[in-house]
Design a protein around this ligand. Structure first.
Ligand code: FES
Length: 152
């Protein structure tokens, strides 16, 4: 039986009916068509599904939709202001912080949280905070450079 779920996504209120077992990741992708948030492993090991819930980063594959009732969600689609990219998006472009791009939405959501939560004071701190976001192409040094530029 479906359950009601009210949440604000990228500034827009939504009133949904969801399966109690549906993850936030699947609801975003399948019910709201917000496919920028990626499904890599679907069990908390890759970070591709990272979004912000009330400003804190979470793995949306490990979060049930019903757990975010009444909360404010931000996805990669919500970072840019119209045509103007978020500074972290600009920095990833400038520093080549990706190759295939599949992990990039999650990397950027974590990177924004890294600075906001005060964990970008050194390369080591950044690498530690970002360690849950896996990049198979190995763009890590460029991602760290992007974060350090935005932090500066
Ligand atoms: Fe959620 Fe991999 S898809 S951590």
């Amino acid at each position: 039986e479906k359950m009601p779920l009210k949440m604000e996504v990228n500034g827009k209120p939504h009133s949904l009916q969801v399966e109690p077992r549906s993850t936030l990741l699947d609801i975003l992708r399948e019910q709201l068509d917000l496919t920028g948030t990626k499904k890599g492993c679907d069990h908390g090991q890759c970070g591709a599904c990272t979004v912000h819930v009330d400003g804190h980063r979470v793995n949306s594959c490990l979060t049930l939709g019903v757990m975010v009732n009444g909360k404010r969600i931000t996805t990669i689609e919500g970072l840019a202001k119209g045509e103007e990219l978020h500074p972290m998006q600009e920095a990833f472009l400038k520093h080549d912080g990706f190759q295939c791009g599949y992990c990039t939405p999650g990397q950027i959501m974590s990177a924004v949280a890294c600075i906001r939560e005060g964990h970008a004071n050194s390369e080591g701190e950044i690498r530690e905070y970002m360690s849950g976001n896996i990049c198979r192409c190995g763009a890590y040094p460029n991602i760290v450079n992007a974060i350090q530029e935005v932090k500066a």
